[in-house]
Design a protein around this ligand. Structure first.
Ligand code: GLN
Length: 294
C-alpha cells in the first residue's frame, strides 16, 4: 500500500494570504509587496505571474525556499538583500555587504545626467564621467549603457564595493568602458573629467540610529553617514569638482530631503552654478545639476 497522502500543497493564493498575515504580524512595513516578491522568488517567476497562476500549487521545494527567505525577512533583512540583487534603471545589480541598495530615487539622478552628457558628446565626441562612491556601480553602469561613446571612472573607498561594481559592469556589457578605482572622492584621478556624478552619503550622523532597521542594519554606514550636518560629502565634492572638471563641466548630485538650498550654497561657494534640479516620484527635489563657468 502506498503511504497515506500528506496534506495537499497549498495554492499560490493561499500561500500569499498566509505570508501577508505573517509579515504583517511581524511588523513588516509593506507586507503585501514583500509577500509577492518573496513568493515569486521562491517560485522563480516574476511577481506579475503570481496572479495568473493563483490556483496552482506551491510544491514542497518552493515552500522550503520560501520558509528560509521569510525567516530572514522577519529578522529585518530587506527582500533585495535576501535575493542578492535589485533592479535599477535598465539592469539588475548584484549587491554585497559593502554596497548600498540602489534606490528608485537615484534613477532621478541618472535622468538628470542625460542632458549634460549629450551636450558634452555633441561638443567633443567623447565624455569622461567620474561616479564618486559608486557602490554597486548603478549610476555609472546605467549611464554607460545609455551612451556607447562615454567612459566612466567608478570610485569607491571600499574595495569590496568595487568588486561588486565590476561584476555589475561585466553583466551589463559595459566593462571595457568602466574603470574601477579605489580612492577618496576625486583624489585618485589625474585627468580632467567632463562629468562628476555622485549619490553621496547624506544622512546626518545623529539620525542614523533612527532609520528603519532595514537601512540601519543592512546598508553600509559608510554609504549613509554624511557627517554631523549630513553635508560633508557635498563640501568635498564641490571643491574637488571645481578643481578636476574640464571647462565647461558638470557636477550632478543626489540630495536628501530639505538639503537643496544648503547644497546649492556649497557648490556656488566653489564657483559652480545651478543649471537644473529634478524631483523624485514623491515630488521632492532629489537631484541637482551644477555647471562650471565656460
Ligand atoms: N552610487 C551608489 C548608488 O547610488 C551608492 C551610493 C552610496 O553608497 N551612497 O546606489
Amino acid at each position: 500500500m502506498s503511504p497515506a497522502p500528506g496534506p495537499a500543497a497549498p495554492t499560490i493564493a493561499e500561500t500569499l494570504a498566509d505570508l501577508r498575515a505573517r509579515l504583517r504580524d511581524a511588523g513588516i512595513e509593506d507586507p503585501a509587496t514583500d509577500a509577492r516578491l518573496l513568493l515569486a522568488e521562491a517560485l522563480g517567476c516574476d511577481a506579475g505571474g503570481l496572479i495568473l497562476r493563483s490556483g496552482n500549487a506551491v510544491e514542497p521545494p518552493a515552500l522550503g525556499r520560501l520558509r528560509a527567505m521569510v525567516a530572514r525577512r522577519i529578522e529585518g533583512e530587506p527582500v533585495h538583500r535576501i535575493f542578492g540583487r535589485r533592479a535599477f534603471y535598465d539592469h539588475d545589480f548584484a549587491l554585497s555587504a559593502e554596497t548600498l541598495e540602489p534606490r528608485a530615487d537615484t534613477e532621478t539622478l541618472v535622468e538628470l545626467c542625460r542632458q549634460p552628457i549629450e551636450a558634452v558628446l555633441a561638443a567633443r565626441g567623447a565624455c569622461l564621467i567620474a561616479d564618486v562612491g559608486t557602490g554597486t556601480g548603478a549610476i555609472a553602469v546605467s549611464l554607460l549603457a545609455l551612451y556607447a561613446e562615454a567612459e566612466a571612472i567608478a570610485i569607491d573607498l571600499s574595495p569590496g564595493a568595487l568588486v561588486t561594481a565590476r561584476r555589475n559592469a561585466l553583466a551589463a556589457g559595459v566593462a571595457p568602458r568602466f574603470h574601477a578605482v579605489a580612492g577618496d572622492y576625486l583624489s585618485a584621478i589625474g585627468a580632467p573629467v567632463d562629468i562628476v556624478v555622485s549619490n553621496p552619503p547624506y544622512i546626518r550622523s545623529g539620525d542614523i540610529a533612527g532609520l528603519a532597521r532595514e537601512v540601519r542594519e543592512f546598508d553600509p554606514h559608510l554609504a549613509l553617514d554624511g557627517g554631523p550636518d549630513g553635508l560633508d560629502a557635498y563640501r568635498a565634492l564641490a571643491c574637488q569638482s571645481a578643481e578636476r572638471l574640464r571647462r565647461p563641466g558638470h557636477a550632478l548630485v543626489e540630495i536628501g530631503q530639505g538639503q537643496a538650498s544648503d547644497v546649492c550654497e556649497i557648490f556656488s561657494a566653489a564657483g559652480l552654478v545651478l543649471a537644473a534640479s529634478r524631483d523624485d516620484l514623491a515630488g521632492i527635489p532629489r537631484a541637482l545639476w551644477f555647471q562650471t563657468g565656460k
